[in-house]
Design a protein around this ligand. Structure first.
Ligand code: G3D
Ligand code: MG
Length: 182
């Protein structure tokens, strides 16, 4: 007699594409590296082309491969822009808590995501460099007010000491899964 196999226990790996955007120097590459490779280095070159990071996660019984698309040259993408964003299932907009201007630029990145990604994909706002406590220029209240109006979730991170970095990507993976109703 044929043995019944349990299809539920052999569910395939889901591939989630996350695009990380934000002004240069805010810590996008550092965050992706901290999450995927568990390390921080102060001698990064600014990203020239595209850095691809990936990490395997398990949420419940579901295996997920998170692909993190990080580029420092979004401004220069030109005609490639739609391709770069194509198929993104989630977005992270990063600013530096120590640079007010990078916070004012967030709206520009949000508009860009709205144009090129599928409407309604989970998008998080991340204020990075929380370890530089005496240099903070953007208050938690200010950032929280901003996200409240736009229905986003907000995290304050430090790629340097690791604070909240895991949370950002794990909660995002969870939201992507909920959004896709998988
Ligand atoms: P980007 O990819 O957004 O352009 P990077 O930013 O990841 O290249 O980081 C830019 C600079 O900020 C780097 O410093 C990096 O070390 C620093 N940095 C990134 N995240 C943090 C953080 O959480 N805390 C602190 N203190 N510094 C951070 P350098 O000196 O190499 O330019
Ligand atoms: Mg970079």
């Amino acid at each position: 007699m044929e043995t019944k196999t349990n299809i539920q226990s052999r569910r395939s790996v889901l591939l989630f594409k996350v695009v990380v955007v934000g002004q240069g120097g805010v810590g996008k590459t550092s965050l992706a590296r901290r999450f995927c490779e568990g390390r921080f280095s102060t001698s990064y070159q600014p990203t020239l082309g595209l850095d691809l990071f990936s990490k395997n996660l398990t949420i419940g019984d579901q295996k997920i491969k998170l692909l993190i698309w990080d580029t420092g040259g979004q401004e220069k993408l030109g005609q490639l822009r739609p391709y770069w964003y194509r198929g993104a299932t989630g977005g992270v907009i990063v600013f530096s808590l120590c640079e007010k201007n990078s916070f004012y630029n967030v709206e520009k990145w949000l508009d860009e995501l709205k144009i090129y990604t599928t409407p309604g994909i989970p998008t998080f706002l991340v204020g990075n460099k929380s370890d530089l406590k005496d240099q903070i220029e953007v208050s938690t209240v200010e950032a929280e007010e901003y996200v409240k109006k736009r229905g986003m979730e907000y995290f304050e991170t430090s790629a340097k000491d690791g604070t909240n970095v895991e949370d950002v990507f794990k909660v995002l993976a969870k939201r992507i899964r909920e959004n896709a109703k998988i």
